[in-house]
Design a protein around this ligand. Structure first.
Ligand code: UTP
Length: 302
């Protein structure tokens, strides 16, 4: 353990998936750029990383993802336009995020799975622990979700996966962990993992603890991912890489204290949109009034 033990400096954002659940919106526009109120989904995750003390952002992109790079780049013409017209508040708003982070990009030539997306970041991540944030999962939490996980990581000194208890009927959409009940009390919401399985059948699920889109990983994951073969769909799954890693070190699960929205599917996105609009001081009141005025709402059951 070096002096840097416990600190996380880099966050990987895999964003090379095809977003098929959101077609046709995602045909020419990445799902990471779908807008929640006035910010693209991925910016929520980037701001969470920054608020958790992590400002080196590594984004894994693929074909058709240029809008993400443009979004985090300096927009010279736009900035001078706003400056000339004295629109300083807007100028500050768009400058803030580019100034706060140091972004690198790496291409995943083919979408060969989340595990493969993490593997292609090895040169940029190097030999240190790092975070993985799936931007689709937008988490409203205080302290920020990633910060909570970094605090757990500092204590357990091993990989930490964010988990959430999900309804039985949804469990087959997730990686699922089996908890090691003999591990004793590791702190609130912290479990030691005995096993993990990607998208089990309902009847085979070892628990209702589903892996969600936040991970703190150690650099030995890269060797494990290299040793992991593709599944039936031709993808290298991160869950399977973690299962390999579990043979050589303890891995932990942590139940985040916060509200998560899966914006990668239509219903989840709509819920997130309403949730965040209602949290905005400038929009909450008129928006709530509008929602209450909808005839379909006042007649429907609760
Ligand atoms: P998803 O399972 O949400 O897949 O990926 P997807 O392809 O993006 O979306 P659907 O299911 O077709 O609608 C989880 C995360 O992993 C990234 C995605 O961008 C998303 O953030 N990913 C997935 C990659 O970066 N590369 C891949 O090969 C697969």
């Amino acid at each position: 353990m070096g002096a840097m033990s416990g600190t996380i400096r880099k966050a990987v954002f895999p964003a090379a998936g095809l977003g098929t659940r959101f077609l046709p919106a995602t045909k020419a526009q990445p799902k990471e750029m779908l807008v929640l109120v006035d910010k693209p989904v991925i910016q929520y995750g980037v701001e969470e990383a920054v608020q958790s003390g992590v400002d080196n952002i590594v984004i894994v992109t693929g074909r058709g993802k240029n809008a993400i790079e443009d979004h985090f780049d300096v927009a010279v013409e736009l900035e001078s336009y706003l400056e000339q017209r004295g629109k300083t508040a807007l100028l500050e708003e768009i400058r803030k995020i580019t100034r706060l982070i140091n972004v690198s990009y790496v291409r995943q030539g083919e979408p060969l799975g989340l595990g493969h997306a993490v593997l292609v970041t090895q040169n940029l991540v190097g030999n240190e622990p790092f975070a993985v944030i799936l931007g689709d999962d937008v988490i409203d939490a205080n302290p920020p979700a990633l910060k909570q996980m970094i605090d757990v990581f500092a204590r357990v000194d091993g990989p930490v996966l964010a988990v959430e208890r999900v309804p039985h009927e949804d469990i087959s959409s997730y990686g699922v962990v089996k908890v090691d009940e003999s591990a004793g009390n590791l702190g609130r919401g912290v479990h030691r993992i005995a096993d993990l399985v990607e998208k089990p059948r309902r009847e085979d699920a070892p628990s209702n603890l589903a892996i969600i889109g936040r991970y703190i990983l150690t650099p030995d994951i890269f060797d494990s991912l290299r040793a992991t073969t593709s599944d039936r769909t031709g993808e290298i799954q991160l869950t399977n890489g973690l299962r390999h890693l579990l043979r050589s070190r303890p891995i932990y699960a942590y139940e985040i204290d916060g509200v998560r929205h899966d914006t990668g599917n239509k219903l989840g996105f709509l819920k997130a949109l309403v949730y965040f609009a209602l949290k905005r001081p400038d929009l909450a009141e008129p928006f709530r009034k509008y929602l209450e005025s909808l005839p379909t709402l006042s007649t429907s059951s609760r």
